[in-house]
Design a protein around this ligand. Sequence first.
Ligand SMILES: NC(=O)c1ccc[n+]([C@@H]2O[C@H](COP(=O)([O-])OP(=O)(O)OC[C@H]3O[C@@H](n4cnc5c(N)ncnc54)[C@H](O)[C@@H]3O)[C@@H](O)[C@H]2O)c1
Length: 428
Amino acid sequence: MGQIRIGVLGAYRGTSMINYCEQSSRARVVAICDKNPEALQRQKDQLNDPSVAWYDNFDSFIEHPMDAVVLANYANEHAPFAIRCLEKGLHVFSEVLPCQTMQEAVNLVEAVERSGKVYAYGENYCYMAGPREMRRLYQAGEIGEFEYGEGEYIHNCAPIWPSITYGERDHWRNNMYATFYCTHSAGPIFHITGLRPVSVVGFEGTKNQRRLEGGSKAGQFGMEIITLNNGGIIKSIHGDLYKNSIWYTVYGSKGRMETAREDAKMGDSGRIYVNSDAYAGEYGPERLSTYLPVSDERSAAFSHGGSDYLCMDEFVKRIQGDETADTIDVYQALDMFLPGMFAYRSVLQGGVSVAVPNLRDKAQRDAFRNDTACTDPHVAGDQLLPVFSKGTPEIPESVYDHVKELWEKEKNGGDYVKAAMTQGSSKK
Ligand SMILES: NC(=O)c1ccc[n+]([C@@H]2O[C@H](COP(=O)([O-])OP(=O)(O)OC[C@H]3O[C@@H](n4cnc5c(N)ncnc54)[C@H](O)[C@@H]3O)[C@@H](O)[C@H]2O)c1
């Protein structure tokens, strides 16, 4: 198969995938869609490519001749657009998160199954050098069978909140509950091990003054304690603690692997430490090795440790028929996301353990076909959830007016826009 023709929905984060197409000989961008005229115009100026078609609405965009669509639109609206693309015979690369309700999860799985098209979940943190190497080593049996793991995605977004929510009261980032954005932390552990979740206990950070000042209604951070199908356990934590951290550790039956802590200044999640025995019970002298796994050098200029390049490249290779391409399918996408969704149900029920369904099993789907519970009033109907477990806070309009002012100032200064447009944004 020749070059893949790609359409991109969403002109902010979508920049990263557009940049991939500019760099790669495997794919080219043929159409870009954004309903925000400013974002579309900035992208047009930046790209300056007369062969690209520009759309301000999805209905016209989806009619453009192309092979695949990248969904870099709002994080809570991916599933309905993914389903429309699949039904049209297009391959789909979905940014995080895969869906926002169980009803959407079931519909998405069934649309992928009916279509026979490639659905790849863009959980780019799996493709950072450390987690990617941990997957290779785990699959090779280096640390034995998974027993325990931790994933952290801590991002103090207070300084960038104006440039990622624009002062919009109902922006998805202001309406997502604490455990919603869970796949940067839990996702790599699922991808490394190939295991799936069976139950979860959720926790919600309650000291959320910084969030309220930016207009976010949710708890400060989310945490999931997830039990897996082999009995192993993951601790996943993500959200707005004060200092940033991206970190993964995995314990197996004969060893441990982990990435570097950011404060160690040793290469962050680009570095890996491996401490394993030749066989369980050897208890020999410690055999610690550490290195910076080498990635494809074409990825070096891309954000998130080059992972933004690699996850797109694997998607394109899969479309071109490479069965070994390392993509995240719809089932694993939901393995990564459902623990966060059900963790919030756990929080709302006072911290009980909640079962996580396996939607590979058709028999488990029926219980959720009418489940629209979420924090988006346009989708939830009479199953609307509060954004914070103790009740959605009332935030005065003056907070959003202030954030809007900051965003306008930043835009006119140009710094944020420049960074976002060239690198595909370092945003959450
Ligand atoms: N994986 C990562 O590292 C990473 C980093 C940043 C953002 N993201 C994800 O990327 C996505 C986009 O985030 P963002 O930071 O660009 O901010 P955003 O969600 O505010 O921007 C989305 C863009 O899509 C456009 N859009 C939304 N619905 C549309 C529609 N129906 N038709 C046309 N255009 C539409 C909006 O106008 C906006 O320009 C989210 O899913 C987010 O989770 C992922």
